[in-house]
Design a protein around this ligand. Structure first.
Ligand code: DAH
Length: 337
């Protein structure tokens, strides 16, 4: 019997130490109710009174030994599994993070916001008007009657005979003056339309910012001071401005306004085409007839107005030589701003 017990002990020890052993199955095989050790103990009844305690003690020792071996194998298996898990799930904190793709502001929006900031800083409010506009506001109220030659340069898209896509932001002037008595001090940014074919400097849709100030005693000097202050903030402290006589139906006198070239400082370069000056604005004193059309007495009030093209400023500022880049939605282009 001793021999049998020893054999069980040896077998069990070998089985338990084998790698990948099913420990629970071995426990049942050796220590379970129907297990080998239990079977031996059951047969103890046949033993003599002297042998019984000896064999009993031996069997208990073997049981304890097998239990201990199983337990230690269980522990080392768990440690091994944990180690494997740790290794396979190791995090390399030095691996560069995945890039989150964040959108960028479109250069037109960027410059438009800059323009808004500058004028808001000078106490202007932002006024909006519809892109689908009446002929009346886009032309007639602004002193451009039907058949006026100025309409030729602003041919646009017509919805009906008297409803069109606005060709300029100037109609917002009339809409604001009609509703508000002076003092008025607004800018109006927005989309405008013209029936122009697409090329490097033309687009049927583009953006303007309109400005209008009406109050008692407003002069051309105020317009100059305002635009000079604007130009210095937008293009740099050393920027100068220049007024050239021009004609717009809704201002009198009217001017086109240039800034000294911010690339060469006025000496002449590629950007200013050797001129030293870059045209960026139209403006002038609001025509008395326009004031009258909108219910404001030109004997009491005077005002100035100006309008600028946003695309033009974007292109000058970022040295973009083809306007089409601004509308083609190529992210390689758009991500540079
Ligand atoms: N609306 C003019 C254009 O689109 C620009 C302009 C010129 C606006 C003179 C003005 C202004 O307010 O006074 O060509």
């Amino acid at each position: 019997m001793k021999e049998k017990l020893r054999k069980i002990a040896e077998e069990a020890a070998a089985a338990i130490s084998e790698s990948g052993a099913d420990l629970e199955a071995l426990r049942i095989k050796y220590l379970g109710k129907k297990g080998e050790l239990t079977a031996v103990l059951r047969g103890m009844g046949a033993l003599s009174a002297e042998e019984r305690p000896v064999i009993g003690q031996m069997a208990n020792e073997i049981r304890a030994d097998i239990e201990a071996k199983l337990e230690s194998r269980r522990e080392s298996a768990a440690a091994e599994a944990l180690q494997k898990k740790l290794e396979s799930e190791k995090i390399d904190v030095t691996v560069p993070a995945k890039k989150v793709s964040v959108g960028k502001m479109h250069p037109i929006s960027l410059v438009q916001r800059q323009l808004e900031e500058i004028f808001l800083g000078m106490g202007y409010e932002i006024a909006e008007g519809p892109e689908v506009e009446y002929d009346y506001y886009n032309f007639q109220a602004l002193n451009i009657p039907e058949d006026h030659p100025a309409r030729d340069t602003q041919d646009t898209f017509y919805i009906t005979d008297n409803i069109l896509l606005r060709s300029q932001t100037s109609p917002v002037q009339a809409r604001v003056m009609e509703k508000t008595q002076p003092p008025i001090k607004i800018i109006s940014p927005g989309r405008v339309y013209r029936s122009d074919a697409v090329d490097a400097t033309h687009s049927p849709l583009f953006h303007q910012v309109e400005g209008l100030v009406v109050d008692k005693g407003v002069t051309m000097g105020d317009l100059k001071g305002t635009l000079e202050s604007f130009a210095k903030t937008m293009f740099g402290e050393e920027t100068r401005i220049r007024f050239r006589p021009h004609h717009f139906p809704f201002t009198e006198p009217s001017a086109e306004i240039d800034v000294s070239c911010f690339a060469c400082g006025g000496e002449g370069c590629r950007l200013c085409k050797g001129e030293g000056w870059i045209e960026i604005l139209g403006g002038g004193m609001v025509h008395p007839q326009v004031l009258r059309n909108c219910g404001i007495d030109p004997e009491v009030y005077s005002g100035f107005a100006f309008g600028l093209g946003v695309e033009r400023i974007v292109m000058l500022k970022y040295h973009i030589d083809d306007m089409r880049h601004l509308y083609e939605n190529d992210v390689r282009f758009l991500h540079q701003f």
